[in-house]
Design a protein around this ligand. Structure first.
Ligand SMILES: Cc1cc2nc3c(=O)[nH]c(=O)nc-3n(C[C@H](O)[C@H](O)[C@H](O)COP(=O)(O)OP(=O)(O)OC[C@H]3O[C@@H](n4cnc5c(N)ncnc54)[C@H](O)[C@@H]3O)c2cc1C
Length: 404
C-alpha cells in the first residue's frame, strides 16, 4: 500500500488561531507543514461567527496572556489588514455605565486599560457620551479609541493563502478522527484519508479537548459551548448607532454583555448573549447532541459552575427565548430602541474551557506534551490576538519539536 507523506508538522484546525500558527511556522522554518481542517472551508466555526471586533486590550488582567497577546496582536492585525487589503476600520468604542453600582467597575476597567498601555482612553460625562453616540444614555462612560471592526473570515483566508505561498498545504474536509504512534511519527486518521506527521499542534477550538484526548493527552479541562445569539437593527433605524456601544461587563463572568456593533460589511448587530448550548456546534436553539451534553454534565466542575452562575444562566436563557427581554437589556444602553427595530440574526458558539473546580478559565491555555502543543482555551480576544498567539505557539513548537 502507498505510504502517506510524513509532514514535519500538522496543525489541526483551520480557524484563525490554527491558520495564524501555520502561517508563523511556515515563515520561520523550511519545514513541510499540513493544516488540517474538518470542514470544507476555513473559519467555519468561532472565527466565522463572531462579532468582528478588533479588541483593544481593555478588559484583561495586566500581565495575563490575554492582555499581552491582545495589545500586541491588535496592532499586528491593523498592519496585516492594511498590507493585505482586508476590510477594517479603527472606529473606537464606548463603554457605558447605566447604574451607579457599575461606576466602580468602570473605574477598574480604566485602571486595567491604562496598565495594559491604553494611554488614550478617556472618561466620558453623560454629555460626552451623547457626542459620540447621540442616542445612547449613560451616567458615566469610557472612550476607547483603539477598538476597530474587521472581516475575520477575510483575515483567516489571507493567512491560509500565505501558508500555501510559503509551501504549506491546506487540507480541508480532513477531520482528525484518530491518532496512533507509528515509528516515531503520528499516524492521523482523517475524514480525508491518512496523514502522517512528526509533530502536531492542536488548534481545534470547540473540539480542542477531544483532539487532545485522542492524542493521548489529558486536557484536565472541559470545553463547554456557550451560544451567542445576535439581533440585527433594521436598515431604517441603524442611525441609532454610530459605532460600538458596550455595557460595563459583570467581572464574575467571562463574557462582555449584549452590545451594539457596527459591522465592517455594513449593518449593525446587537448581542451576543451567552447561553449554555446543548451541542458544541449548536447554532440553533433546537440543536442538541446527547453526547455533548453528557460530556459536560458528567464533568465534576460543571455542576459547581452551574451552582455559582445559575442566576446569570437563567437570565441569559430568558433573553434567548424572549425577544422582549433581549430588547430590554439593549434599551438600557439605547432607550430609543423599539421591539420592531431589531430582527433575529445569526449565532456563534464560544468554546469556553471549564476546570475541575468549576472555574471558567479566564486566560488562554496552551499546553505542551512530547512533540505536541495543544491550544486548549482561546476565547475572545483570540481572533484579535491571532498573529501574536500564532507567533508564540510557533516559537513554543519550534523549541519543543527541535526545529531549526
Ligand atoms: C459569538 C462570538 C463572538 C466573538 N467576538 C469576537 C470579537 O469580536 N473579537 C475577537 O477577537 N474574538 C471574538 N470571539 C472569539 C474568537 O472568535 C475566537 O477566540 C477565535 O475565533 C478562536 O479561533 P480558533 O481558531 O481557536 O477556533 P475556531 O475558529 O473555532 O477554529 C477551530 C477549527 O478547528 C476545526 N476542527 C475541530 N475539530 C477538528 C478536527 N478533529 N480535525 C480538524 N479540524 C477540526 C473546526 O472545524 C474549526 O474550523 C468571539 C467568539 C464568539 C463565538
Amino acid at each position: 500500500m502507498h505510504e502517506p507523506k510524513t509532514y514535519d508538522v500538522a496543525v489541526v484546525g483551520g480557524g484563525i488561531v490554527g491558520c495564524a500558527t501555520a502561517m508563523a511556522l511556515a515563515e520561520r522554518h523550511s519545514l513541510s507543514l499540513a493544516l488540517l481542517e474538518a470542514e470544507t472551508r476555513l473559519a467555519a466555526h468561532q472565527t466565522g461567527n463572531n462579532s468582528g471586533v478588533i479588541h483593544s486590550g481593555l478588559y484583561y488582567k495586566p500581565g495575563s496572556l490575554k492582555a499581552t497577546n491582545c495589545t500586541r496582536g491588535r496592532e499586528a492585525m491593523y498592519r496585516f489588514c492594511r498590507d493585505n487589503g482586508i476590510a477594517h476600520e479603527r472606529c473606537g468604542k464606548i463603554v457605558v455605565a447605566t447604574r451607579p453600582e457599575e461606576i466602580p467597575r468602570l473605574d477598574e476597567l480604566e485602571r486595567r486599560g491604562r496598565a495594559n498601555g491604553l494611554a488614550e482612553i478617556r472618561r466620558l460625562t453623560p454629555a460626552a457620551i451623547r457626542e459620540h453616540e447621540p442616542h445612547c444614555s449613560g451616567i458615566d462612560g469610557l472612550w476607547v479609541p483603539y477598538t476597530g471592526i474587521v472581516d475575520f473570515v477575510g483575515v483567516t483566508e489571507a493567512y491560509g493563502r500565505i501558508v500555501k505561498e510559503r509551501g504549506g498545504e491546506v487540507l480541508t474536509s480532513a477531520r482528525v478522527m484518530g491518532m496512533r504512534r507509528d515509528n516515531g511519527a503520528f499516524a492521523l486518521e482523517t475524514t480525508g484519508g491518512a496523514v502522517r506527521c512528526r509533530n502536531l499542534v492542536n488548534c481545534a477550538g470547540l473540539q480542542s479537548d477531544r483532539v487532545a484526548e485522542l492524542c493521548g493527552v489529558a486536557p484536565g479541562l472541559q470545553i463547554v459551548p456557550f451560544r451567542g445569539e445576535y439581533y440585527e437593527i433594521v436598515p431604517g433605524r441603524q442611525h441609532l448607532v454610530r459605532n460600538l456601544i458596550y455595557p460595563v461587563p459583570d467581572p464574575a463572568f467571562p463574557f462582555l454583555g449584549v452590545h451594539f456593533t457596527r459591522m465592517v460589511k455594513g449593518g449593525v448587530e446587537a448581542g451576543p448573549n451567552a447561553v449554555l448550548a446543548f451541542k458544541r456546534e449548536g447554532y440553533r436553539k433546537t440543536d442538541i447532541s446527547p453526547r455533548d451534553v453528557l460530556t459536560y454534565a458528567l464533568f465534576p466542575g460543571f455542576w459547581r459552575m452551574a451552582a455559582q452562575h445559575w442566576r446569570m444562566g437563567v437570565g441569559e436563557m430568558v433573553r434567548s427565548f424572549s425577544k422582549r427581554a433581549f430588547v430590554e437589556a439593549l434599551q438600557r444602553l439605547l432607550p430609543d430602541l423599539r421591539m420592531d427595530d431589531v430582527h433575529a440574526a445569526g449565532a456563534g458558539v464560544r468554546a469556553q474551557a471549564l476546570d475541575r473546580s468549576g472555574k471558567l478559565l479566564d486566560d488562554f491555555r496552551i499546553v505542551e506534551a512530547e512533540r505536541m502543543v495543544h491550544v486548549l482555551n482561546a476565547p475572545s480576544p483570540a481572533a484579535t490576538a491571532s498573529i501574536a498567539i500564532g507567533q508564540s505557539v510557533a516559537e513554543m513548537a519550534a523549541r519543543n519539536f527541535g526545529l531549526a
